[in-house]
Design a protein around this ligand. Sequence first.
Ligand SMILES: CC(C)(COP(=O)(O)OP(=O)(O)OC[C@H]1O[C@@H](n2cnc3c(N)ncnc32)[C@H](O)[C@@H]1OP(=O)(O)O)[C@@H](O)C(=O)NCCC(=O)NCCS
Length: 186
Amino acid sequence: MEQDKAIIIRPSREGDVDAMLAIYRRHIRRGVEDGVDDNDTPQPDDLRDRRKNLKNRRFPHVVAVVGEKVVGYAYVVLFRKRPAYRYTVKHSIYVHHDHVGQGVGSLLMRGLIDACAAAGFRQMIGYIDADNAASLALHKRFGFTRVGLLPGVAYRYGHWADSVMVQRSLGSGSTTPPPPPALSTR
Ligand SMILES: CC(C)(COP(=O)(O)OP(=O)(O)OC[C@H]1O[C@@H](n2cnc3c(N)ncnc32)[C@H](O)[C@@H]1OP(=O)(O)O)[C@@H](O)C(=O)NCCC(=O)NCCS
């Protein structure tokens, strides 16, 4: 049975894109993300390009698979584009609706944190809808602390909604300087 198979975390591949898009679209339709209509959702090529672009720049982009099935994915982008922020990433994580609450999000988070630390990033930042209990619990479990509340930044289904900003350090965080450029992994 599918449920009995191990959940594997691995770097995403081109062939995973359609499954990732299906996961993302479903969450959007259910309003977890934007509550916008499907016309605004990314197309397969958008996701394909973003994945390739991130991979080329060595930003972690991982999937969770059970057997052959992609049951979740997670990735990071730079927190801000200006060079001073090059050690800080912002992450996203999505689990297939049939597989939430089964530990997939935790495995993806573990994989993403480890990959980001190994890549030399020092801080990881997330934005979470204030009413997203599952995501708040997941981040708390992995040592993210709440560093901000952004009131009324989203409007969906007739309501203004708040976002919570969370942060976690990676490796030695801000306690040591980054490696000298020649030795830097980035
Ligand atoms: C948020 C999300 C990634 C969590 O993934 P998941 O696989 O369901 O999480 P896990 O099963 O690994 O559980 C992680 C923690 O969250 C808790 N949790 C899971 N679902 C929960 C819920 N509905 N309410 C409260 N806590 C919940 C679990 O108990 C667990 O905490 P614990 O280890 O202290 O017991 C997943 O629900 C998801 O993809 N949601 C839609 C997209 C989304 O919101 N992404 C995050 C954007 S910031």
